[in-house]
Design a protein around this ligand. Sequence first.
Ligand code: BG6
Length: 295
Amino acid sequence: MGLIRLCFETHKGPLLSMAQVSLQGGQVTSWRNEKGEELLFTSSKANFKPSKAIRGGIPICFPQFGNCGSLEQHGFARNKIWTIEEITPPLQPNDFNRKGCVDLLLKPSEEDLKCWPHSFEFRLRVLLGVDGDLTLTSRVRNINGKPFTFSFAYHTYLLVSDISEVRIEGLETVDYLDNLHQRERFTEQGDAITFECEVDRVYLHCPNVIAVLDHKKQRTYVIRKEGLPDVVVWNPWEKKSKSMVHFADEEYKQMLCVDGAAIEKPITLKPGEEWTGRLQLLVVPSTFCDEQFDL
Ligand code: BG6
């Protein structure tokens, strides 16, 4: 118990897209297009037990991205049970919400306050649009008497056909911190990012639209972000995969994390202030992409 899954669907003529959200972590765990094809990666070894992060979908990294201080890696939000807000009539486990939208809420527990002594309300809206696009809007409000500071990421596991056939466009000439070289700063030199080894980078001050092209599937993920200056790009590749929990040895070939994030300059909220960070994901045929999006 402790894990409740919601499904919601939206209609576009006779077509149907679907997303699934878990209250465990406030996490989108599935997103399917109108052909029923899954678009997000979830590991075959993912653990859906309470207090553990689910390996796949879109974990919420809050109040920190990464691993420093007394907080756990990527913060506690992804390990907590969120509650549903403002739905009438109330949804039951496994109900379908035909509005294509769900609002979730996270407030700190006594235990959270011990390791991060700041009162907040975190509201997450997950919205499936008529075109099958998926939008996540996070609103963090300071209900503390003092300012607090946090970093954040939508740790988005995209499902790809073969990592060697994938490229990211839109990050050319952007500076990044390389987690594999003690966070040293480099500038992206290539025309596009391709993958042939482990990559773990935080790209800084990125454009608000980037694209992930899956050559084999001839489809492109278009990622739009607001309030999220940075983009994390991560694939553990062969060696690291073998040491990771809840991840099968060969699964690195089918996933790529591209996260809209606020990391380099953490967000500070004064009492009563609110921050908003929005991520929109859309999948289009690759042939479509160059004409439609100004990358
Ligand atoms: C990535 C980080 O975003 O998350 C990596 O850049 C990290 O350094 C990865 O290994 C996975 O983290 P976790 O805690 O989900 O295993």
